[in-house]
Design a protein around this ligand. Sequence first.
Ligand code: SF4
Length: 337
Amino acid sequence: MQAIDLYNKLHSVQNGTVLCQYSMETCEKLVGLINEINDLKKERDAAILAHSYVAPEIILGVADYNGDSYQLSKNAMETPAQTIIFAAVEFMGETAKILNPDKRVLIPGANPGCSLASSITGEQVKDLRNKYKKHTFVCYINTTADVKAACDVCVTSSNVLKIVSNIPNDKIVFLPDKLMGENLKNELEKMGIKKELVLHTGTCYVHEQYDPDLIKYFRIQNEGLRIASHPECSPGVAMLSDFVGSTSQMLDYIRNLPENTPVLLLTECGLSARLQSELPARRFIGSCNMCKYMKSNSLENILQTLKEPEKAKEIKLNTDVLAAAKRCIDNMFKYAE
Ligand code: SF4
């Protein structure tokens, strides 16, 4: 790759602030690392999977696959490469390992945590099961393998409504995302579906920061504004949005808007960055929150992982957890039909 190729992909990306714009000079510095990574991954039989929230130079420079956590886990099954370098956060690497137990999954991020995934442990779920014996336990995919192993059914942001509607039990414990749970309650109510939903207290610290008052301000400032938000945002934000959906659903919504429509995308700003590059005719405005865990992935730590894989963080799960967590994910397919 030449620096100019990288610049052509990145020059329209603002990452929410002019401080994060890519100059030709920046691209000249990045391209050496990118080429070294791309050569080494072939030698090492490795594929790089990058979540939409990591830095644009990873997505557009070295990633073999890009998408949300569930899409990437499926990509991990497709790739013939035996080593997966998962540029995202740890729980996503665990999901990839659950679906690909024979592959080696390495995590390059320096701080691969998540405020949602760390809000509850498998042991806490087991305690809750003693309290709510008649309930079906539904967990969001943004949970650790231990939590999935202790739950009945896993969901993603795109299928949560369908799956909870399809579960025959009307008593559900939904965890860990409190805000997604409140949005789910509202949607079920609108559809006339009666379910008793017990919620946990977890939140995504990136999405919960969006404030309904800020949205009203953006509407006043931008005529014809279209707002798309993720269901990890609060119900107040969801109510003021034109569209609420998962990463892939928001992408489809925005791709179908007329050119020059001003768009406010309320999710981690890596997604706006990707769309600024893919859809230069849309006008992305305003607000941008970054996830410090996702942004702890860098070209440097991906290169280091390729150079010294034995020193990298490798996902290892015991066989019982792996089997129970797989059952929880398999149940998602069953109820999604
Ligand atoms: S954006 Fe939120 S849910 Fe995603 S990894 Fe960061 S803290 Fe976790």
